[in-house]
Design a protein around this ligand. Structure first.
Ligand code: ATP
Length: 542
């Protein structure tokens, strides 16, 4: 069943994550550090469960191929810090740049392609102004990665577009949103929200109001800024020993392609996969954990014959989309977006393309934002490493007696971004229950999978509950809770997203049955205490 994210508030989601121990700001007692997060006891369980589900479904038990064939994908865990030449070969030293704009007054910085403008379109008496450069001047600007996110900000902060208030938003031309407006006197108007053109920012930054103060004359033209974190290995801090924290896990997979070929008896097509931390000195880390400076990725490089790449590109798109659905993300909140030719990364030029699997996060509603990218990286990376490292990285196809450099199709997902999508999807307000909200996680991913309660701390109930708890915790993440009323205990479990609570009561002592309370509909049924483990196993799926 689909859960519309429209009504969900990010502030409430962030507050619940803190209150229930999912996610905390890093270094919080020192005032935090922008773009870094700590995963608390429930957050780390959820993240590990998502990580394990990916590893299981990609490495240990990958899907069958398009012709029903068994696919081979092997795992890897490569170093975060590699020889700096890796990042020259991969294009990150020269090309991993975002054009940045600074606000000279507030010293804040943002990505040039993240500046969205609000323009008055048709209003009875307030026509839009035109700049000397010939561009229409926006009434205000906001920093957002796309126009739908900008509209959400303008709805939340109407003072930015005073005296107007947004009544309705509809998609307009490509990448534009048209909004219907009203002021306090009931006068109607229309506005358009779209990204400020690069050319306008380059030639007339002085005419554009700052997204932070609305002042004109404060913005600089865009300047390049490399996103890699620099560090030094060894005791000497000179350029010779400078290297970088990896900005993606992918390069470790290319670096070990030859080792895997030489040791694992794999044959093209095959995959190498890894999960791990990546670091990007993002200019505007924002939207909770969505864009962080330290995050985790789950990436797989699928090495195939060049002529088969389009087939695999199609295959992995479908597989990855259905995987996210299998974890409970609803159809309505997922979409696949094809990249335009001018958006393609350096490694994907001339390939079958790049698509993003996008999720409708509350902060982009009604629009979507990237959750996973699937790219045909061609032979770009292996060729680049072959050239820079001067090591042959060809594959010898014995059947066809042919040497070639395989092409690569890469599904690259964000693990931490996936955690955010799961939390947003699971978050379900419900005024009728004491907690007023519950988290509807798939039982396979829930940080606590079962809770065991003695109804009261009397007779033999605590002992019986303890026995069941000791049995279940060997296999499932289980909580034992004896404190406070049963209603309060259910409420705590609802907010933690625990799918099943088992209660030992007076009847248990008589007939060895327990009540099972279902998180989603609050229904209760009795089952034999001996059936509890089987009951849970049936519901874990996956
Ligand atoms: P974006 O356009 O959002 O900056 P990207 O296209 O640069 O992302 P990729 O290089 O394709 O991202 O990385 C693959 C995946 O890694 C993304 O789909 C996303 O889930 C995750 N990811 C990338 N950057 C971040 C970040 N700063 N914080 C959290 N997750 C990220």
């Amino acid at each position: 069943m689909s859960t519309p994210t429209a009504a969900k508030s990010m502030d409430e989601i962030v507050a619940l994550c803190k209150r229930r121990g999912f996610i905390f700001p890093a270094s919080e007692i020192y005032g935090g550090i922008n773009g870094f997060w700590d995963y608390g006891p429930l957050g780390v369980e959820l993240k590990n469960n998502l990580r394990d589900a990916w590893w299981h479904d990609m490495v240990r038990c990958p899907p069958a191929g398009p012709d029903g064939e068994q696919l081979e994908i092997v795992g890897l865990d490569s170093a975060i810090i590699q020889n700096p030449k890796v990042w020259e070969a991969s294009g990150h030293v020269g090309g991993f740049n975002d054009p940045m704009v600074d606000d000279k007054e507030t010293k804040q910085r943002f990505r040039a392609d993240h500046l969205q403008g609000f323009f008055l379109d048709v209003t009875p008496d307030k026509p839009s102004k035109t700049a000397a450069s010939g561009h229409t001047i926006p009434l205000c600007t906001v920093v957002a990665s796309n126009p739908s996110e900008a509209v959400a900000i303008l709805i939340e902060q109407p003072k930015l577009i005073k005296p107007w208030r947004i009544q309705k938003a509809v998609p307009h031309r490509k990448d534009q949103i048209r909004v219907a407006l009203k002021d306090q006197d009931g006068t109607s108007g229309f506005g358009i929200v779209f990204a400020i053109e690069r050319e306008f920012l380059e030639h007339a930054p002085n005419e554009i109001p700052s997204p932070f103060t609305a002042n004109t004359g404060a913005l600089t033209p865009p300047r390049q800024f490399n996103l890699m974190f620099e560090t030094w290995y060894g005791a000497i801090k000179s350029d010779e020993y400078k290297t970088y924290l990896r900005p993606e896990t992918a390069q470790g997979l290319f670096l070990n392609y030859k080792n895997i070929l030489d040791t694992m008896r794999v044959k093209v097509p095959f995959g190498i996969a890894q999960i791990g931390k990546a670091f990007r000195n993002e200019v505007n880390p924002r939207n909770f954990i969505y864009r962080s400076r330290e995050f985790e990725q789950m990436e797989m490089e699928w090495f195939c014959r060049p002529e088969d790449a389009p087939k695999w590109f199609e295959f992995w798109q479908q597989q990855r989309l259905s995987w996210w659905k299998s974890l409970g993300l609803s159809d309505d909140n997922l979409t696949i977006r094809q990249h335009d030719e001018d958006e393609l990364s350096h490694y994907a030029q001339g390939g079958a393309g790049t698509v993003d699997i996008e999720y409708r996060f509350p902060f982009t509603h009604p629009g979507f934002a990237e959750l996973e990218g699937i790219a045909h990286r061609t032979d770009f990376d292996l060729k680049a490493h072959q050239e820079h490292a001067r090591v042959k990285l060809e594959y010898f196809d014995q059947e066809r007696n042919k040497r070639y450099i395989p092409h690569v199709v890469e599904p690259a997902a964000g693990l931490t971004r996936g955690v955010l999508a799961l939390i947003c999807e699971a978050y379900t307000p419900d005024p009728d229950r004491p907690s007023k909200v519950f988290l509807r996680f798939h039982p396979r991913l829930a940080p606590i999978q079962a809770a065991v309660f003695p109804l009261v701390a009397k007779n033999d109930m605590p002992q019986q509950a303890e026995n069941l708890y000791q049995q279940l915790r060997k296999k499932y993440a289980t909580r034992f809770d004896i404190k406070q009323s049963i209603g309060k205990r259910y409420a705590r479990m609802d907010e933690s997203g625990t799918p099943f609570c088992f209660t030992i009561d007076g009847q248990t002592l008589a007939d060895q049955t327990v009540t099972v309370r279902d998180r989603d509909d609050c229904s209760q049924q009795r089952i034999g205490i001996a059936q509890v483990a089987g009951f849970l196993a049936d519901r874990m799926g996956g």
